[in-house]
Design a protein around this ligand. Structure first.
Ligand SMILES: Nc1nc2c(ncn2[C@@H]2O[C@H](COP(=O)(O)OP(=O)(O)OP(=O)(O)O)[C@@H](O)[C@H]2O)c(=O)[nH]1
Length: 315
């Protein structure tokens, strides 16, 4: 073995500080092997009996499948196979040559006798395992974070930031069931911006978007925390008012209508107002969401027919 390889092995996290005698013993019992690009070194279906140290090239580690994004890459001087060494189980990952590699494969028996004879190697092994644990914990936390991020994205309307129809289809029925189980009155409200097409036609789509965002923000700020708000269609929002009888629902709807009518929408030198038409259906029963939306839509239709900028109740 050439001096460069020997220097590399001496710097390895597991073997650094090891005495010369142990080092020679290890080399005597190890073999050097070559891997082609794409060749597998470890896989979960095959028991492994060696600790592998990379002398040249790099290895990719995959946790699920070779086609997935690699979990990590290992370079010359790094090892794989420490965990199977400890627990004697099959490898937990797929390890593949990312390029032509030279590997020093040290039999587990040899590594164990080094561990038994050298406190340095034992303490090195513990440090390696501790950093593995930390890395794995970080991976779990990162995965959890991106999962919540994607879940949030999947249930949120990108333009207005309020929940979307997909979320509404899951969250509203659960809330309806809870209200009816607790014998609490509740109401479903459908809210539609009046003459919204004219706003787009007059000021352009971007200003239309700004109006939608303003309406969504104003509604979110003027509902109670336990009410549910979702963007239901283009310029239509749905609200589930929990613990609200007809009078309370009318009061909330009227408050929203008045707030929006008074809110100024500004973009550069443009300033205008929008109005809302609102349909409400009050109930105490766990009826189907589509049915309640349909009833609220009928009330909304009447509000539009009666001149817009008003609240109507289904009956
Ligand atoms: N800017 C913008 N416009 C949208 C968006 N989604 C839907 N729209 C527009 O909203 C308008 C809705 O128009 P209509 O359904 O005809 O209703 P309206 O003009 O509001 O009239 P009434 O509801 O009868 O008062 C359409 O022109 C859509 O293109 C959006 O995300 N951004």
């Amino acid at each position: 073995m050439n001096p460069t390889d020997q220097a590399l092995i001496r710097q390895n996290a597991l073997f650094k500080g090891m005495d010369f005698e142990s080092f020679d013993y290890m080399l005597e019992h190890s073999i050097v092997r070559s891997l082609e690009t794409g060749e597998r070194l470890l896989q979960p279906e095959a028991q492994n009996h060696h600790l592998h140290l990379i002398l040249d090239g790099s290895l990719n580690v995959y946790l699920i499948a070779q086609e997935s994004q690699e979990h990590t890459s290992l370079r010359a001087g790094e090892c794989v196979g420490e965990v199977s060494l400890i627990d004697g189980k099959y490898p937990s990952a797929i390890v593949v040559a990312a390029e032509p590699c030279r590997i020093l494969s040290i039999p587990y028996d040899t590594v164990w006798s080094l561990i038994n004879n050298s406190r340095t190697v034992t303490s090195n092994l513990l440090s390696i395992l501790a950093s593995r644990l930390r890395n794995d914990n970080k991976t779990i936390v990162d995965t959890q974070r991106s999962k919540s991020h994607f879940e949030h994205q999947a249930s949120t309307d990108a333009l207005t930031g309020v929940y979307n129809r997909h979320w509404m289809g899951k969250a509203f029925p659960r809330a309806l069931q809870r209200c009816s189980h607790n014998k609490q009155p509740f109401a479903v409200m459908v809210v539609d911006i009046d003459h919204f097409k004219k706003i787009n036609d007059t000021y352009g789509h971007l200003v239309g978007d700004l109006a939608l965002k303003t309406v969504a923000k104003c509604m979110a700020e003027n509902l109670r925390p336990h009410d549910l708000l979702a963007r239901y269609g283009g310029e239509e929002f749905a609200v589930l008012l929990t613990e609200a009888d007809l009078d309370a629902a009318k009061m909330v709807a009227e408050r929203l209508r008045a707030k929006i009518a008074a809110a100024e929408i500004r973009s550069d030198d443009i300033s205008f107002h929008v109005t809302l038409s609102i349909g409400i259906t009050p109930t105490q029963h766990n009826e189907k969401l589509e049915h309640l939306i349909h009833e609220a839509d009928q009330a909304l239709y009447r509000a539009k027919q009666a001149g817009r900028n008003r609240v109507e109740v289904f009956h």
